[in-house]
Design a protein around this ligand. Structure first.
Ligand code: GAL
Length: 379
């Protein structure tokens, strides 16, 4: 009898230890995390990449045992603020925000008051000191790739001022901090050619985004394709009426395709004589356009990797761990300003973009960025 009691005590002791260890090994991903909600607030859906981002963020959050809900702001900051408030009401522990503009600051301040972590996702949250982390790509390098696309496409290294090439410039939304880095990265490549007279600008020419007046004249409110198309049509009928454009700096694919549409309606550029047009986001329609020789290049930003990195960051922050995100580097040196909100320099973690041309269109395909049906059309 005595022996039986001893065995029972040992079994009870082992059982209770295993249960406790199991709870800890759950890495906090046990009951607490499964009930924890992560809110996902994306800016819009008229630029297709954000629907992919939202779906990826939800998938990776749920894979780590969190509840997750994705909402889209339809490029309306008031709507997005309401969505963020709803996440707070639901008791979200973290909110991942791709903002529309700096109006998001009020909602971020509310989150801070509720001790809810806000992570800026691929767009800085400007004029706010109420959050600590930003995860994005090296947006200056995105622009450099666009500038190098034009340098290559026009063979500027061999061009001469006696026979200059002509370019017109577009920028992204002035409400989007990224747009300034994209533009400055591109102009860091193109300005030397403009200064030497090899490249001539048709239309407004802000040397850098610091020239806010001229930057505003080439910017595209809320990345709206119709705005870019109308501006390109006006350029073709006015400033660029008596020249043949050799290149257009387009800051992303949505705008690139709108600009190409305007060019194709102009006899000067129809029939395969399009200018070199840059882009960004490796959207399928643009990948197809590049394959068919219309758009010249894009910049692939693997938003599945960005989403996974954002969820790893959120998970580590919620567990009080020092962030350690595979594939992302903490901005430093010249890139520190990527995290400058205007009120605080937040920790900006950067992933690397990839320049994509006709000869390496397989890169986003091989990364699984497209559906099988889309990939089949790009092979
Ligand atoms: C930017 C983003 C780009 C671009 C744009 C359109 O903030 O970094 O990928 O596509 O938004 O939404």
């Amino acid at each position: 009898m005595k022996k039986l009691c001893v065995i029972l005590v040992i079994l009870l002791a082992v059982g209770s230890f295993a249960f406790a260890a199991g709870g800890q090994q759950g890495g906090g991903g046990g009951a607490a995390a499964s009930s924890a909600l992560i809110g996902i607030a994306m800016p819009e859906t008229h630029v297709l990449r954000w629907t992919k981002d939202g779906a990826s963020l939800k998938r990776f959050a749920e894979a780590r045992g969190y509840r997750a809900e994705d909402q889209y702001g339809n490029a309306d900051q008031n709507l997005q603020n309401t969505q963020i408030q709803n996440f707070l009401t639901q008791g979200a522990k973290a909110i991942i925000v791709g903002c529309v503009n700096d109006g998001v600051g009020a909602a971020v301040a509310d989150a801070a008051r509720d001790n809810v972590e806000v992570i800026a996702y691929d767009r800085i949250i400007p004029n706010s000191a109420d959050y600590d982390y930003f995860i994005t790509f090296n947006n200056f390098k995105v622009g450099e790739f666009q500038g190098q696309g034009i340098e290559t496409g026009l063979d500027l290294k061999s061009a001469t001022a006696a026979n200059p090439k002509y370019i017109t410039l577009f920028a992204g939304s002035p409400t989007d901090g990224n747009a300034f880095f994209f533009y400055d990265g591109a102009m860091s490549v193109l300005n030397p050619y403009i200064k030497s007279g090899v490249l001539k600008v048709v239309g407004p020419y802000p040397e850098t985004s610091a020239d806010r007046a001229n930057f505003q004249r080439i910017a595209t409110e809320n990345w709206q394709a119709p705005v870019a198309k109308t501006r390109m049509e006006n350029l073709l009928n006015n400033d660029a009426r008596n020249v043949t454009l050799d290149a257009v700096l387009a800051p992303n694919d949505t705008l690139a395709r709108a600009i190409i549409e305007a060019c194709l309606a102009d006899a000067k550029y129809a029939g395969g004589k399009l200018p070199v047009v840059t882009g960004q986001d490796a959207e399928f329609d643009s990948a197809l356009s590049i394959k068919n020789g219309q758009q010249y290049m894009t910049v692939f930003k693997d938003t599945a990797k960005l989403a996974e990195a954002a969820i790893i960051l959120a998970d580590q922050v919620l567990k009080g761990q020092a962030p350690n995100i595979p594939g992302a580097t903490l901005a430093s040196g010249d890139l520190l300003s990527i995290g400058d909100t205007g009120k605080k320099v937040v920790k900006a973690y950067l992933l690397e973009p990839i320049a994509v041309y006709k000869n390496n269109i397989n890169v986003p395909v091989d990364a699984g960025f497209f559906t099988d049906a889309e990939a089949a059309q790009l092979k």
